[in-house]
Design a protein around this ligand. Structure first.
Ligand code: OXD
Ligand code: MN
Length: 643
């Protein structure tokens, strides 16, 4: 510390002087307390973005109240009178989901980021941009992008403050909606500055891309710049640069950008895992508790599973996290996981007291609802609430138009969301913020697979589990810009969130298996199989506990299973079906139609050849070849002898 710095400690600094710009006022916070690395980075960013002023956030309730009042005055937020401290936000209808087509990873060497795809094939496992191109693109966008606006500086921790598994980031943004959501989704606190000291942090730059005077029409008081959206990651520099969108994963940079794309690279370098997974605990009627993590592509009901209301007596579920898991083997070789987030950013449509009562109870207060419909008495509405909201009440849809049931249009946008603090969840696990994390007994993959794929299958071993994860597919989702019902590959449920070459990622998973480590068992589940008439074969939701029960018994080794070419299947009767309101067709649920699987195995091979090419670990080819051989030597049309 030099003399002037020492003197400065005695008074607050209310402005900074930046080269080429001059004095920039600091309307909140004290620049003194920032670590010098942060100060330097901010000074540089201010020079680049040219905000009107700086606002250093502390994550406090009074700060949130101040911002909420401002956003209500402006019309960005509307208070939902029926609930306590809850708000509705309608975005520009052009800014409603993650924009995967404009999401890139930049690196010096292309193949550290994306695999060698087959010539002529468009890669879907990450989109690479050269550092030069990224700099050029950002130079078209970032200079002066915050002119006339406040630059909010948000210090945040992913994971409990000070946990050895947590990581720190700082986001600068010109969106105060982002600030409100970040303080729910991450831990925003001035303590971060102390914890950070002179260590490195993930640098998150975000602008809605609407400098003043605004030259484009602002819709719904939601500034954005959809034509020029770019969400870029530079894992080598631990940086995220996001421009043009204020929505969800595009702008709450702690979530997909940091906790998955950047963190997956950190995890590879440091020998742990950053995954698109929930973490939940299941306590059996005998009082034994297990933790499992589960990866599903977006909008497959991960939040519902994480907060499951079990339909079997005596079971208790508690939620640790609903979207992202950071997991690391400890010195004893046990896998421990934390939820790096502090809130839930859940898909609203389909959520109701039947499908997810715990989520409903979580967001009754202190929550923000984005792009849902509003009822005339100041409540929320979306598809799925038909039985829970008075049918005579007036409804205004997410676009602000009068809406009536039976209309062709949707009341809420299919990707409308609730943002709510995890601490409010009635079944949040007491250890959800334990700095050590929780021990993971099983990893579950799944997807929406209408045909062919059994309700549950257990991998033969860790390596085979990696193959099961690599072959995850699902129907397309509204969480991003995809439309239609096509089945998309979403390996490890990480397709949109990979921070580095997917082949190297598979190898990283394989390398995690080491002598002395207790590898969790790996499973694949499918709640979404349908019969010839398109009717679901499995009731799902609270009845999924029946499948979890079998999974735990397999972890304990208390039930046998049947070996099939795709893994171990339950023996008939080993999944508890007692008390189901309708009988289930076990044989159909577990059948492995031979031709379907011959095609599917070939298709998986083709996918890896096309998309991962020479980067695919050899083990994957061996396992696929074995599977193919076993199916082709199988007699008959279908393998369904599960009893
Ligand atoms: C999410 C997603 O928002 O996966 O969680 O898209
Ligand atoms: Mn997700």
């Amino acid at each position: 510390m030099d003399d002037t710095e020492a003197e400065d400690k005695f008074f607050e600094v209310h402005e900074i002087v930046v080269p080429h710009i001059g004095r920039v006022p600091i309307t909140k916070g004290d620049f003194h307390y920032l670590p010098s690395k942060v100060k330097r980075w901010l000074a540089f960013t201010v020079e680049w973005f040219r905000p009107r002023c700086l606002y250093i956030c502390d994550g406090s309730q009074s700060e949130a109240d101040e911002i909420i009042n401002k956003l209500m005055e402006r019309g960005t937020l509307t208070k939902l009178k029926k609930l306590e401290n809850c708000y509705l936000c309608r975005t520009d209808p052009k800014d409603v989901a993650r924009v995967e087509s404009k999401t890139v990873i930049a690196s010096h060497d292309k193949y550290t980021t994306v695999p060698h795809v087959r010539e002529g094939v468009k890669g879907i496992l990450g989109s690479w941009m050269s550092m030069e191109d990224l700099n050029k693109e950002m130079d078209k966008r970032f200079p002066g992008c915050m002119a006339g606006r406040t630059m909010y500086v948000i210090p945040f921790s992913m994971g409990p403050l000070g946990s050895p598994l947590s990581k720190i980031g700082v986001e600068v943004t010109d969106s105060n909606y982002v600030l409100l959501c970040m303080r729910m989704m991450t831990r925003v606190s001035p303590r971060i500055w102390e914890i950070l000291g002179d260590k490195d942090f993930v640098k998150c730059l975000h602008s809605v891309g609407c400098p003043r005077p605004v030259t484009r029409k602002v819709v719904n008081h939601w500034p954005c710049n959809p034509e020029n959206v770019l969400i870029a990651h530079v894992p080598e520099e631990r940086k995220v640069k996001s421009y043009g969108s204020g929505y969800g994963g595009n702008s709450l940079l702690g979530k997909k950008c940091f906790a998955l794309r950047i963190a997956s690279v950190i995890a590879r370098d440091e020998g742990w895992m950053a995954e698109h997974m929930l973490i939940m605990s299941i306590t059996t009627p005998k009082g034994k508790e297990y933790f499992v993590s589960a990866a599903f592509p977006s909008a497959c009901g991960k939040t519902n599973l994480a907060m499951l209301n079990p339909n079997l007596p005596g079971f208790k579920i508690q939620c640790v996290g609903d979207d992202i898991a950071w997991m690391k083997f400890n010195d004893k070789g046990e896998l421990y996981g934390i939820n790096p987030e502090a809130g839930f950013f859940g898909v609203a449509p389909g959520t109701n007291y039947k499908t997810n009562p715990n989520a409903m109870l979580t967001f009754q207060k202190n929550s923000i609802f984005t792009n849902v419909a509003e009822t005339a008495d100041g409540g929320y509405y979306w598809e799925g609430l038909e039985d829970e909201v008075d049918e005579h009440i007036g409804i205004t849809d997410w676009l602000g138009n009068e809406w009536r049931r039976g209309m062709h249009s949707k009341a809420a946008h299919p990707n409308s969301r609730f943002t709510t603090p995890a601490s409010q969840c009635p079944i949040i696990h007491p250890k959800w913020e334990d700095p050590e994390g929780v021990p993971i007994s099983a990893i579950i993959f799944g997807g929406r697979r209408p045909t062919g794929v059994p309700l549950v299958v257990e991998s033969f071993n860790w390596e085979h589990g990696v193959l099961l994860g690599a072959c995850v597919k699902s129907e397309a989702t509204a969480a991003a810009e995809h439309v239609g019902k096509n089945i998309m590959h979403d390996p490890m449920a990480m397709r949109p969130f990979m921070g580095y070459n997917f082949g190297h990622y598979l190898q990283h998973w394989l390398d995690l298996e080491k002598p002395g480590r207790k590898m969790p068992k790996i499973f694949h589940v499918n709640w979404f199989r349908v019969d010839e008439d398109g009717k679901f074969l499995w009731p799902g939701f609270g009845d999924n506990i029946r499948v979890l029960d079998w999974i735990l018994k397999r972890c304990d080794g208390t039930v046998d299973a049947i070996k099939s070419p795709v893994g171990y299947l339950p023996k008939k009767g080993d999944i508890d079906l007692s008390g189901l309101s309708e009988p289930v067709d076990w044989d159909q649920l577990f059948s492995l139609p031979k031709h379907y699987w011959m095609d599917d195995t070939r298709e998986s091979r083709r996918f890896l050849e096309d998309q991962v090419g020479q980067d695919t670990p050899k083990k994957m080819w061996e396992l696929l070849a074995k599977q193919e051989k076993e199916f082709s030597s199988m007699p008959g049309r279908q393998i369904s002898e599960t009893d």
